[in-house]
Design a protein around this ligand. Structure first.
Ligand code: HDD
Length: 702
């Protein structure tokens, strides 16, 4: 088997459990009471033109059910997409934790993962600038464990009591509910300027991390410092990391805005389609393990969720792998009704006193009660543990269990003492606590700038340029000058050059003097320039073609890409089949006007004189090329197709001339004649590199 598993796993325990409630609705139509219906198009009425009759129970039930279809969307993370899969640990972690699913390498634990954006409503676009949720429910033999993380390792605030303030600031403004799913508005930046603990996270939010190419190509983080506890009751601090096996890659800003219109479901569709294709998303779980004795060895507080532990200081230990291999059957039943909670823990995993985590441990249960309509939401199929559930909790709306017997209290003798207190229970870590009741933030939480600077210093030049432009865009959208100025004032504590650059773009007087000198430290692990760039697996390539195409050349190219797991789609002005120069025909996968370059990872122009002549005069095709170039994607052309690049509004480039096998210039790869192998290699290298960031794009009109 290759390093990317492609086998569909046999049904696991969760899958078998769900099978008991799956319903294909393939029987005769009935009411909810099981009575057969022979007409669902006409309501019962007094005569053909008469009023509808109250006694039409089918009508009333159908409409009433419809009227009650909606439930409240999540107050944050409303828009999401999810999938099932499994997690398997590489080696036993028993030294650190007694959690069963982390100690048995032979065990595959079923999981459901829900990815999400934070600020937008359920119907908002996928590719907005935002944090992405990365929430995993492990259906372990010892009960459900939820790791409710994000794709950024820090958070906006330090204490959960500020969460409603932060969310009110970032959500659409309350008077007119504008803007939808955007952080670029006054109230968010007003909050940021007055609450500098947000600054480190704002650096992440303005970085490429906030516009991921795919849910399959982004990291996940537990954010807080958690605690592992072993059989002997010994604790170890832990930070959880998910690392995608495809590398961590992002879109570019202009592209994300266009995708928002062309395909608002871009990230959802990508997740769904890749699983349907059998190209299963895979992530490695890593842990930064910190002995309790080292709790105070850092220049920040381990309990402060606005801080990372630099990987250079504490390396990430690879622990296991998660594979997402099954799409849900029903979005509402599964993806919408899944209920995560940071306090869904299993023996061997415990909390710390991080004040944000403590607040979350209250909020998630509370929100499910209103969102899912009462205390029995754990009985919903997607939430049900595979572990046995047995307790004296009873009744409530939507109770699905039929509890037998006379006793629902403990202790009892009439029910044989059941449910009894079991072996291997969850035991809370016996941390000693002592203190006066006060409302006061710890002094050790006071440094809001150093790690914002660390993040900035770690970025590559293109990443830094993107971040600067993002600040300019977002602050440039703020109507209140003082809001812009206050944020620039804080940036001047992060980095003077950044503050000046941002100020210049938004009409704020650049700060004259450096406020806090840049400490010069960096953490290379934070840059996406250092991610994995050696695979084109599951990448999507658009091949532009028209009548007279070199069909054999396209087929050969498609095969060469398929071997590496990359997919080619042929796009032509019209759908159907193209006649090739040699008498063959070539199927068109999509018409040019139904798609866009922003929906692909690369654009390639096919060979064939007739095809090239037509495309060179087709504005839409030329726009595909110019736009892909602008978005730093690999662009390529075969044989006569090179002429189409010459017709596109690109800067002067070195393109293959007659007899050239493969020429590469700024990620534009061209091939005129002879064996195309060299061209395939050069193209694959560019595609695996994701984007050609040093390309000169300023003059390209797209
Ligand atoms: Fe939260 C949902 C992640 C802080 C309160 N949060 C939610 C989801 C994710 C996160 C991924 C979506 C889960 C799903 O897909 O159903 N939240 C985080 C992270 C945080 C964080 C990584 C900081 C480290 N959250 C946070 C705080 C509070 C909440 C401080 C409240 C005090 N979060 C909620 C919530 C949500 C939620 C209101 C909305 C829907 C839900 O829980 O089920 O309870």
């Amino acid at each position: 088997m290759s390093e990317f598993s492609r086998d569909q796993e046999a049904a696991d325990e969760k899958d078998r459990q769900l099978d008991q409630v799956r319903d294909a609705s393939d029987e005769a139509l009935t009411t909810n009471t099981g009575v057969r219906v022979d007409d669902t198009d006409n309501s019962l009425s007094a005569g053909e033109r008469g009023p509808t009759l109250m006694e039409d129970f089918h009508f009333r039930e159908k409409i009433t059910h419809f009227d009650h279809e909606r439930i409240p969307e999540r107050v944050v993370h409303a828009r999401g997409a999810g999938a099932y899969g499994y997690f398997q640990v590489y080696e036993s972690m028993a030294r650190y934790t007694r959690a069963d699913f982390l100690t048995d390498p032979g065990l595959r634990t079923p999981v459901f993962v829900r990815f999400s954006t934070v600020a937008g409503s359920r119907g908002s676009a996928d590719t907005v600038r935002d944090v992405r949720g990365f929430a995993t429910k492990f259906y372990t033999r010892e009960g459900n464990y939820d790791l409710v993380g994000n794709n950024m390792p820090v958070f906006f605030i330090q204490d959960g009591i500020k969460f409603p303030d932060f969310v009110h600031a970032v959500k659409p403004e309350p008077d007119n509910e504008i803007p939808q799913a955007q952080s670029a508005h006054d109230t968010l930046w007003d909050f940021v300027g007055l609450q500098p603990e947000t600054l480190h996270m704002m650096m992440w939010l303005m970085s490429d991390r906030a516009i991921p190419r795919s849910y399959r190509m982004m990291q996940g983080f537990g954010v807080h410092t958690f605690r592992l506890v072993n059989e002997r009751g010994e604790g170890t601090f832990v930070k959880f990391h998910w690392t995608p096996l495809l590398g961590t890659h992002s879109l570019v800003w202009d592209e994300t805005q266009k995708i928002g219109g062309k395909d608002p479901d871009f990230n959802r569709r990508d997740l769904w389609d890749s699983i349907e294709r059998g190209q299963f998303p895979e992530y490695e779980l890593g842990m930064q393990l910190i002995p309790e004795s080292k709790e105070f060895d850092f220049d920040f507080d381990l309990l402060d969720p606005t801080k990372i532990v630099p990987e250079e200081q504490v390396p990430v230990t690879p622990v296991g792998k998660m594979v997402l291999n099954r799409n849900p059957d029903n979005f509402f039943a599964e993806t919408e009704q899944i209920a995560f909670h940071t306090a869904h823990v299993v023996p061997g995993i415990d909390f710390t006193n991080d004040p944000l985590l403590q607040a979350r441990n209250f909020s998630y249960l509370d929100t499910q009660l209103i969102r899912l309509g009462g205390p029995n939401f754990q009985q919903l199929p997607v939430n049900r543990p595979v572990a046995e559930v047995s307790n004296n909790q009873r009744d409530g709306y939507n109770q699905h269990s039929v509890h037998r017997g006379r006793t629902s209290y403990f202790p009892n003798s009439l029910g044989s003492g059941c449910p009894y207190l079991g072996e291997a229970p969850y035991t809370h870590y016996q941390e000693r606590v002592d203190g006066a009741k006060i409302r006061k933030r710890s002094e050790s939480f006071k440094d809001h700038y150093s790690q914002a600077t660390l993040f900035l210093n770690s970025l590559s030049d293109p990443e830094r340029t993107h971040l600067t432009s993002a600040f300019q865009f977002e602050l440039g959208k703020c109507e209140t000058m003082e809001v812009r100025e206050r944020v620039v004032g804080h940036l001047n504590h992060v980095d003077h050059t950044l503050a000046r650059a941002v100020a210049q773009g938004i009409g704020v007087t650049p700060p004259a003097a450096e406020e806090t000198p840049n400490h010069g430290r960096s953490s290379p692990a934070l840059s996406q320039a250092n991610t994995r760039m050696d695979t084109v697996y599951s990448r999507q390539i658009a091949v532009l073609a028209d009548e007279g195409v070199d069909a054999a050349g396209v087929t050969r190219f498609r095969e060469a890409m398929a071997v590496q797991g990359a997919a080619v789609e042929v796009l032509a002005p019209n759908d159907g089949r193209l006649s090739a120069a040699d008498g063959q025909t070539l199927a068109v996968d999509r018409a040019l006007h139904t798609m866009s370059s922003v929906l692909y990872d690369a654009v390639v122009v096919a060979g064939g004189a007739g095809s090239a002549a037509s495309l060179a005069g087709n504005g839409l095709a030329l726009n595909y090329i110019a736009e892909a170039f602008k978005h730093a994607k690999p662009v390529a052309a075969l044989q006569e197709g090179v002429g189409v690049l010459e017709a596109a509004p690109l800067p002067r480039l070195r393109l293959a001339g007659d007899g050239d096998a493969a020429v590469a210039d700024q990620g534009v790869i061209t091939h005129r004649s002879g064996d195309p192998e060299e061209f395939y290699t050069a193209f694959t290298r560019a595609l695996a590199g994701h984007r050609v960031w040093d390309r000169q794009t300023a003059a390209v009109p797209a």
